[in-house]
Write a protein that binds this ligand. Sequence first.
Ligand code: CA
Length: 225
Amino acid sequence: MRILVVEDEVKMAALLKRGLEEEGYSVDVATDGQEGLWMALESEYSVVVLDVMLPEIDGFEVCKQIREAEKWYPVLMLTAKDEVEARVKGLDCGADDYLTKPFSFSELAARMRALIRRGSIPRPTVLVVGDLKLDPGKRQVFKAGEEVNLSPKEFSLLEILMRHPGEVFSRTRLIENVWDFSYEGTSNVVDQYVAYLRRKLERPSSLTFIETVRGTGYRLRQVHN
Ligand code: CA
């Protein structure tokens, strides 16, 4: 699960990043509205935690533009004061929930879990490629009607490939979408996860498979019969 935190206060951003990573999330941090918006539109996130008071573009505007781009992941706004007006404005711009500073980390973590359980609204449609079916809302994958259990990273990797069947993804692009921008490991991790996915998904009679494109990366192919 990838989380985007948009927060200009360095100390606060670092605290959130560390805390959320301890909960098992991958966390990207943006320190102004412009950067936050760019990252939110460039990648897929499970939740965006968005401070209201930001340099460049404020949190309300960032949220509004995320929705205008038809990105439906849950947005949790952080407001400085318990202002009714801020809350109304927050929900009006398409935010799902808000939290007033100061808040406890456990409160934030609980809200995030609730948002993740609820998923995106409107729920993204179920993806179908060949004999593969992936439900982003329920986080389920079926191969020829049989449910397959995937780890969160395997799921994210398959999801991005299924959103763009036939399109070649470089290892770098996959890392940026499935891991996070500050991931410093080697791109071998992609090969490793593709191997895991193949082991779980490919059967002798598979109609869908992950193809290695020499010197470039990977793509999801389907056999037409
Ligand atoms: Ca701020």
